[in-house]
Structure formats: C-alpha cells, structure tokens
Write a new protein. Sequence first.
Length: 372
Amino acid sequence: MKAKSVFAVLCALTLSCSATQYSLAQSGTQVAPIQGSTEHVELPATESTAITETTTTSDTGRTRNTIQTVTDTIVTSKKQRPKVGLALGGGGARGAAEVGVLKVLLEEGIPIDIIAGTSIGAVVGGLYAAGFSIDELAERFDDSELMRNFMPVGLKFRIAVAPIMFLPRLVGYHPYDGLYRGVKFRKYANSLAGENSEISKLHLPFAAVVTDLVDGNSHRLTKGNLGEALQASTAVPGLRKPVEIDGRLYCDGGLINNLPVNHVREMGADFIIAVNIDEDLDPVPLKTFRKAGSVSTQALKIQLYNIDKKPNETADITIHPNTNGISLISRNKKDGRSGVEAGIEAAQKAMPELKRKLAALGIMPTKMVKAN
C-alpha cells in the first residue's frame, strides 16, 4: 500500500513539472535547464519573463525543484543614468543670477554632467567645470570683482578716449574692431581656473559658445585655453575685439545663440536645464522712448527674447531669474548681490517641478549640506 502511494505521488510530480514546462513553451517563454537545487537562472534583459529555480518540500518530506515565472524583467547589466545638461545663457552682469541658480542645484544634489554657456554663461559654467568654488564665484559677482576685470575701464571713459585709440590706424596699424581687447579678462579667468585651463581636461564636458564672424554660424569651443575661449565667447561686437583662434575669428556667442540648448543636446545630454537671464519683455508707455538710449535698450530686449524663445521651449525645464533693472555692463556691487539672490529664488521655486521631471527618468537627487 505504501509503495503504491509513493508511486502515485511521484507520478503526480512528474505530470506537474511536464504541465508547467508545456505551459511556458506555449507562452513563448524559454525554459532554462535546471543545474541544481540552489542555482539562480537568468535570461537576457530583453526577455519579458524571467525564470528562477527554487527548492520546495513535498508532502512526502522530500525536496524537489520547481519552475516559477517572475513577471518583472531581469536586467543583467547596470543601466546608465540619463545625462543632465546645463545651458547657461548670456547677459553680462546678469550672470550673477546663474551663479545663484547653480548654487541651489548643487545644494539640492541635482547631477550636472554637461555644461555649455554663452558669453557670461560660458564664464560661470567654465569656471565651475574647472573646479572653481561656486561660493567664491558668487563673491566675485557680489563685490563686482569679475565685472571690473571684464571691463577694466568704465565704458564712458573708454568711449571718450576712443578717438585717441584710433590714431595708430593712421600709421598702418589695423587691429580688430572694438573698444576692449579682453586680454586682462582672459588672464583673470585663467588665474581663477588655476591649473585647469585646458578645456578638454576639465572635470566635466564643457563648451564655450561663440559666433564665427566669417561664416555667421554658432560654434562651440571644447578644447584649447579656457581663458581664451571665454574671452571669445564674451566679445560683444563693438565693445570687445573679436578673438582669432586657429584661423577663425570669433565674437560673442549670443549674437545668434544666446541660450545654447541645442549645443548641450548635441554634446549628449538627455535632460536639459536652461537658465535664461534675459530681462522680461513687458509693454512700456510711448513716452519711455523719448529718453536717450531707450530705443536701443528695448531693441536689445526684443532681439534676445526672440533669439531665446525656441531654446526656452526645447529645454526640458527653464529657470528664469528676475534680472529686471540689471544692466548688461553693470559694475555695481548691488546688482551683483541682487542677481545672485534672484537666481537662488528662481531655482528654489523651480525645484519641485525639476525633481518631479528627474524622478520620472529615475534620477533621485541627494540633498547636500547647504553651502555658505
């Protein structure tokens, strides 16, 4: 009687295993051969069903192997995290706001894998990529040191002595057009970068966006001397002389590409944070344009608004600090301080949406200790 019972149980087990394998075969699932009672078997990550082997105990007290299906996909190799890129726009002294934004991003643990910047955005991004402390950079804007090196002599004085500067042309010397050369600023930027003055060797991929005066196209500088690249990217036409690099003549990248979202995308970013530091384009009364310089000021706002409209839309998220009232060429300490504060405020406001979008990509920032 006992022998018959044992025989019946073994038959039942055999039929059960056969039925399970037949069912898996019918569903298109590959059945892995059993290697032993404790081995874990995995299929390639592309399969929709994984198979594992486990050990159970039957009514007879003997152990047996069973096949179980798991609905979750097994990933056999670690998936690379999507790359987060930062596009920093141009805007002269308003670049202080970008420092404030970057400060908050770092404190909140937002990963930054790629940076491209135009004009002052190149300065902020390039120095950060070189390892310069973002807190110290904020101080350079706060006490207007950076802008004083950007424009060593006040613009009004420079314009006043412009006729004298043109005298060498009468004797055959023909430098590139512009009021400032930018050499002092190049040396200043390299001094802040220290040993990290070669772009291709920075801590993370970086590009300074420039405009080629010859072919009229937007280019990015991803190798060479950092200070020289920043000098070229900030060479505002008419104000700073263009910079010749490897037979090409470059000026401010903001001439046609003030918010380089496309460059960041081309550099391999999957998710792009854009920082737009333009002033708001608000309607103004007609009497405003009776003031000297008011038409050119409004014209520049209109130009920047239209240049940056598409990048604003193509970025995954745009942070837009309130930079109203901060002049492009301001060397005022108050403007530097208010710019940093505006950037901090705008970044904090955008943080919930930014974290939500990053979470959808599987990126969970780790908040850092707040910087000074």
